[in-house]
Design a protein around this ligand. Structure first.
Ligand SMILES: C[S@@+](CC[C@H](N)C(=O)[O-])C[C@H]1O[C@@H](n2cnc3c(N)ncnc32)[C@H](O)[C@@H]1O
Length: 347
């Protein structure tokens, strides 16, 4: 399948217009604050953008960022502006034609931005240990519509885990499906190349992430994908595809459920793009200045990461009050003695 992918992105596709579905194309989703930065990226680089989401989380200034499957480099050059002169962005891709476009415009962007903080490496994202990258050295790892193309997704997650700093995060967009796909769909070359055939059933992805020690994956945003090409649509049948952005934090203490320790945070409103509220994930829109109760995991994701200076923290882990309301699964036991038929006291 890697040969199929290399041929698809190296030879078959010349620009976004050649795509046969909307899976690897998210042209409308650029927010206003990012548009001036995107305008400074060379048109040739942007014309070969095949991403499915936005991989520009807040608070990147000075960060070391790694982009897995960086393609022609659109996101790398966007991130280059966000990390600034004191940060660094490294792109990794296995397709020489994509890397050639990305590298051709290194001098152009260095001149545009006034600094050179980008490099591109040729390699497979399943074998990140073969690249000269120091373990535990990246603040943020991003990826845009690539994990689905990998034939060994657990190896990619293990490599990411190894390269992230403690408290670092993997912030990435990818394609998911609402069921496990039949073999014929998985191995169809066009469906695979278009980021559909290799898409994970969403619940299998969550299991895989937890298995790689990313214990509490947080969904940031999602949108349904349309397959307009009739032949491809009939091949996938009733399966429904989605593009989704997740953030996975490298915090070993995270638990597999949201536990209530009576904690809360107050957002200072100090992040440039989020003066009134911070949309941390799809379920946490944190209003500035307001006491916001959080579970132990969310507390840690804010306290042990680059978000910490932007919050005031209330409480600790001394006491436990059960599952955090509205999170995780409810207590499975009958709550009413009469309903459960339990005797008043027996062992
Ligand atoms: C859908 S494109 C996305 C490119 C880029 N992220 C963007 O948003 O334009 C997928 C890219 O991932 C690269 N890729 C796919 N599988 C890979 C692997 N196993 N190792 C390294 N690169 C890979 C392809 O060469 C291609 O450039």
């Amino acid at each position: 399948m890697q040969d199929v992918v290399q041929a698809y992105y190296g030879k078959e596709l010349q620009s976004t217009a050649d795509l046969k579905t909307s899976a690897c194309c998210d042209a409308d989703a650029v927010p206003d604050w990012l548009k001036p930065l995107l305008a400074r990226v060379h048109p040739e680089v942007s014309s070969r953008y095949y991403g499915c989401g936005l991989v520009c989380p807040p608070l990147l200034e000075g960060c070391r960022v790694l982009d897995l499957g960086s393609g022609s480099g659109r996101d790398v050059y966007l991130l280059s502006q966000l990390v600034g002169a004191s940060g660094e962005v490294v792109g990794v891709d296995m397709t020489p034609e994509q890397l050639a476009v990305a590298r051709e415009y290194l001098p152009f962007h260095a001149e545009q931005f006034g600094y050179a903080n980008v490099r591109f490496l040729e390699g497979q994202i399943e074998r990140l240990e073969q690249l000269d990258l120091e373990p535990g050295s990246f603040d943020v790892i991003v990826s845009n519509c690539v994990l689905n193309l990998s034939t060994d997704k657990p190896a990619v997650l293990r490599g990411i885990q190894r390269l992230l700093k403690p408290g670092g995060e993997f912030y990435f967009s990818d394609v998911y499906v609402d069921r496990r796909l039949p073999e014929a769909v998985q191995s169809h070359p066009v469906l695979y190349g278009e980021c559909l055939g290799g898409a994970l059933y969403w619940n299998d992805f969550l299991r895989m992430a937890r298995g790689a020690a990313f214990t509490d994956p947080r969904l940031v945003s999602d949108r349904p994908l349309e397959i307009t090409e009739p032949q491809l649509a009939s091949l996938v049948g009733e399966a429904r595809f989605y593009s989704a952005t997740y953030r996975l934090f490298n915090i070993p203490e995270l638990e597999d459920a949201c536990e209530d320790h009576g904690q809360a945070v107050i957002y200072r409103g100090s992040i440039d793009q989020a003066p009134t509220h911070l949309a941390f994930d799809k379920h946490h829109s944190i209003e500035a200045g307001k006491v916001f109760p959080v579970c132990g995991n969310t507390y840690r994701m804010l306290h042990q990461t680059r978000f910490a200076p932007h919050f005031q923290f209330i409480g600790d882990f001394e006491r436990h009050y059960g599952l955090f309301e509205g999170c995780g699964s409810a207590i499975p036991f009958d709550q009413d003695r009469a309903a459960s038929g339990a005797a008043a006291s027996c062992c």
